[in-house]
Design a protein around this ligand. Structure first.
Ligand code: NAD
Length: 430
């Protein structure tokens, strides 16, 4: 048994000197703690610690040179007690079954936090889309849908884009699914082009959701957004739009970065110029010589720090050096559990990934609702509804953290897991 911590209520592992960097085991640790705090029996943890189903598929694809290459793909469905599962499909050479499983659990938590009628799902294919032609990508996308078609559908499991997949890939997948089923099925997948039933506001939804969380966090700390100094790690889809929204709201974006380095200007960077010069992979710092490192960027003097790149960036090695008073996780898993504890003890308000980056799945849900009703909303309507959902979710997590005297991550997991656990209990599964 671990010790009970007075400030966070979290259990510690005094005999484990190694910091946990594994996303699946870290997630399972917090789920276990959340379920214990909520008073659920051990059997509930046994049910929720892994996905209900994981399908592995082999996809033969005729490449442009005439040869057949066989790709491996996965689809994980974490829990469908609340409703159909939902989550993106990742195309990446480093996709693993464990990663897809962990990401499907996170999708369940996000759906619970923003109160959507879904469980979590996730898919992935081991491939490098940067080295494939347009037609090879189309054949791979269609092959994947044929391979998983029995398991997915508008009322079963609804995919979406993720790393290195986009609206064109969603369009091919929707077309393939519609051909198999022999009727038009726009609600099978979200993140589609607007012409095929996509939703306004989907592309910027994650950054909008992060922006709403930043505003709510600032209110709790009595800090004005106008003039606040912001540092954003990562200048891809999430980080670049977020920098733009911060800049437009009058904040001073003093630091940004990509995989190759970081830029810093205490007077504020010219975000419009940087947006104009970045490439489609979110790279911009290569154009400059006076760069700093990502490590230095994270430790800059600022009010708000937003990790929007990759996992395990704030660890117990650098958590003591973070100077921001608010850390908002746009990326998945940028802060380890050990670092979460250090930041919380230092009085830094940490808005966890499962809450901060839930704007994307929220607008995906709006897209699915619009597809189901065949009636489409304006961008203003989408933004207004997103704001309502995110503000309510933030408040719920913040209140839980205050009243239960736990850190924001554990509070978010408690909120995220509750509906799924209740639905599983009412169905008589546990
Ligand atoms: P992206 O691929 O568009 O951009 C990633 C950015 O991170 C790029 O600027 C890249 O150069 C940078 N980067 C890569 N490796 C780095 C490293 N080692 N150090 C510093 N920077 C590095 O990705 P994205 O869609 O913006 O996603 C970023 C994060 O946000 C991921 O963790 C993703 O899972 C999460 N997220 C994104 C969305 C979304 O809708 N885009 C939704 C939820 C969560």
């Amino acid at each position: 048994m671990g010790n009970q911590d007075a400030v966070t209520g979290n259990t510690q592992e005094p005999d484990n000197p190694k910091e946990s960097l594994n996303l699946l085991t870290s997630t399972q640790r917090v789920i276990k703690e959340a379920l214990e705090k909520l008073g659920y029996p051990e059997a509930m943890y046994e049910l929720l610690k892994e996905p209900l189903r994981v399908l592995t598929v082999r996809i033969p694809v005729r490449m442009d040179n005439g040869e057949v290459k066989v790709f491996t793909g996965y689809r994980a469905q974490h829990n469908d007690a609340v409703g159909p599962t939902k989550g993106g499909i990742r195309f990446h050479p480093e996709v693993t079954e464990d990663e897809v499983k962990a990401l499907s659990i996170w999708m369940s938590l996000k759906a619970g936090i923003v109160d959507l009628p879904y469980g979590g799902g996730k898919g992935g294919i081991i491939c490098d889309p940067r080295e494939m032609s347009f037609r090879e990508l189309e054949r791979l996308s269609r092959g994947y849908v044929r391979a998983i078609s029995q398991l997915v559908g508008p009322t079963k499991d609804i995919p979406a884009p993720d790393v290195f997949t986009n609206s064109q890939i969603m369009a091919w997948m929707m077309d393939e699914y519609s051909r198999i089923r022999e009727f038009d099925s726009p609600g099978f997948i979200t993140g589609k082009p607007i012409a095929l039933g996509g939703s306004h506001g989907r592309e910027t939804a994650t950054a909008k959701g992060v922006t709403i969380c930043i505003k709510e966090a600032l209110k709790r700390r009595g800090i004005e957004l106008a003039g606040a100094r912001v540092v954003v790690q990562g200048f891809g889809n999430a980080g670049s739009y977020l920098s733009k929204f911060m800049h437009d709201a009058g904040a001073k974006v003093v630091g940004i970065s990509d995989a190759y380095g970081a830029l810093y200007d205490p007077d504020g960077l010219d975000i419009d110029y940087l947006l104009d010069r970045r490439d489609s992979f979110g790279t911009v710092t290569k154009l400059f010589t006076n760069t700093i490192t990502n490590k230095e960027l994270l430790e800059l003097d600022c009010d708000i720090l937003v990790p929007a790149a990759i996992e395990n960036q704030i660890t117990r090695e650098n958590a003591h050096n973070i100077k921001a008073s608010i850390v908002v996780e746009a990326a998945n898993g940028p802060t380890t559990l050990e670092a979460t504890k250090i930041l919380t003890e230092r009085g830094i308000l940490l808005v966890p990934d499962v809450l901060a980056s839930a704007g994307g799945v929220t607008v995906s849900y709006f897209e699915w609702v619009q597809n189901n009703q065949g009636y489409y909303w304006s961008e203003e309507e989408v933004e207004q509804k997103l704001e309502q959902v995110m503000v309510k979710a933030f408040d719920n997590v913040y209140q839980t953290a205050q009243t239960r005297r736990v850190d924001m991550r554990l509070a978010a997991y408690m909120v995220g897991v509750r509906k799924m656990a209740e639905a599983s209990r009412f169905r008589g599964w546990v």
